[in-house]
Design a protein around this ligand. Structure first.
Ligand code: ASP
Ligand code: MG
Length: 420
């Protein structure tokens, strides 16, 4: 069995959805579990619906949602050349559930409503793709992943309960594979034991696919993207970025951690734990080789360049010249724990501690406020972090000339600088 994941870009137009049937034909009679993201930028649009609702602007929320309804219905009717079908009924059921919610008054926290609203993106897209493929003679079964993926209620970043999920996935998928070789489901979403919808963190569909791969002992996982595979830099910023044909799990997990937009960082562990190879391939050019990620050691990797923007430097300076020893350091990490944030980089001096964080304004503010009990706090925003793995001095110099460097850290393999 193989796991395939199609991201938002790979289903953003009628042509691209049609293209999937071509890709699937190459798998012949194999058993496949296909994990689908929301269409194009639907998740961003749904985030706007959720904020409008939560701010009490019901009409804006409904108007924004009406736009999404129209887009999905027209995608379906263009694909199938039908105006009404079983599938459009199913879409309408999903729409209605959200509209009921949008007519309520918010009484719970934002993250809860976010998940109840945003989860619909994947339900809609997977319904459309499944119906279209069935019409094309590619027989498949559809399942609501919320019936399989049990999570806690840490809304917007829910954690999977592996034991319940393993049991449900194994049972349901075995049953469904008796009827069809292909199963279509959603990435990114799950549900609590009280049947509340949850999401696993933005771009979490890669991770969903990896959880399926792990539980079902898949032969491989393939992520279909709009790039040729994993590149050594973002091709939008570096036109001569190169494809890396082979990488190991460790390299990819580091790249993702430093901010490379390749694969969701949580994806690697479930695959690595069972040595399941991960392929990253282009849906535009499906016959091209792409990148294979596995367990073996790989030598001679090119320099890998990652930029992370919107970084914030928080400098904590001892108020009375006492050392930043274990006591103060522990207090700071307690604050990180309490606000559910981890620094991207830290550096100590005798009487100061520098922390680089992503710019989540509320969290940065709360961190600064709590830390000000122990330290004088200075916050500097709008910074950029450059990370180069397998760096060369020439490349480093080239990328940092004329830059104002605020912080620099280096190991044998990796160099990082924070700059304006
Ligand atoms: N649709 C979700 C997002 O855009 C999940 C995903 O694409 O993986 O974040
Ligand atoms: Mg997406």
């Amino acid at each position: 069995m193989k796991i395939l994941k199609f991201g938002g870009a790979s289903i953003s137009t009628v042509e691209r959805i049609k293209n999937i049937s071509g890709i699937l034909k190459n798998y012949h009679e194999e058993q496949l579990v296909i994990v689908i993201s929301a269409v194009g930028k639907t998740t961003n649009a749904l985030e706007k619906v959720a904020s409008a609702f939560f701010e009490g602007d019901k009409q804006t929320a409904l108007n924004l949602f009406a736009e999404l309804k129209k887009q999905h219905l027209s995608l379906l009717s263009e694909l199938t050349e039908e105006t009404e079908s079983e599938s459009s009924e199913q879409l309408i059921n999903f729409f209605t559930e959200i509209e009921w919610l949008l007519h309520d008054q918010p009484i719970r926290n934002y993250d809860y409503y976010y998940d109840q609203i945003v989860c619909v993106g994947e339900l809609l897209s997977s319904t459309i793709v499944s119906y279209y493929l069935n019409k094309q003679g590619i027989a498949n079964g559809w399942i609501d992943v919320r019936d399989l993926f049990r999570t806690d209620n840490n809304f917007r970043d829910a954690h999977i309960d592996w034991s319940v999920t393993t049991q449900k996935v194994t049972q349901a998928i075995t049953f469904l594979l008796n009827q069809n070789n292909i199963i279509i489901t959603q990435g990114f979403i799950g549900a609590t034991d009280e049947n509340e919808s949850t999401t696993l963190g933005r771009e979490g569909s890669d991770y969903t696919a990896a959880v399926f791969a792990n539980i079902l002992n898949a032969a491989s996982q393939t992520i279909w993207k709009d790039v040729p595979g994993v590149m050594n830099a973002d091709p939008k910023q570096f036109p001569d970025a190169r494809l890396i044909k082979e990488l190991n799990y460790k390299e990819v997990i580091e790249m993702a951690y430093y901010g490379a937009q390749v694969i969701h960082p949580k994806t690697i562990k479930p695959l690595q734990n069972k040595s399941i190879p991960l392929y990253v391939k282009s849906f535009i050019n499906p016959d091209a080789e792409g990148t294979c990620i596995h367990n073996n050691v790989i030598h001679n990797l090119p320099p890998i360049i990652v930029y992370k923007d919107k970084q914030v430097l928080v400098q904590l300076i001892s108020k009375d010249f006492s050392f930043v020893g274990e006591h103060l350091t522990a207090e700071i990490y307690k604050i990180f724990g309490a606000i559910k944030t981890k620094p991207n980089l830290t550096q100590n001096t005798a009487i100061s501690l520098m922390c680089v964080l992503d710019d989540h304004p509320q969290k940065v503010e709360e961190f600064a406020l709590r830390a000000s009990e122990y330290f004088d706090v200075q916050v500097q925003r709008d910074l950029r972090m450059l990370t180069i793995r397998h760096f060369t001095k020439e490349l480093f110099d080239q990328l940092t000339t004329d830059k104002n460097i605020l912080l620099r850290q280096q190991t044998a393999e990796t160099i990082q600088v924070l700059m304006h």
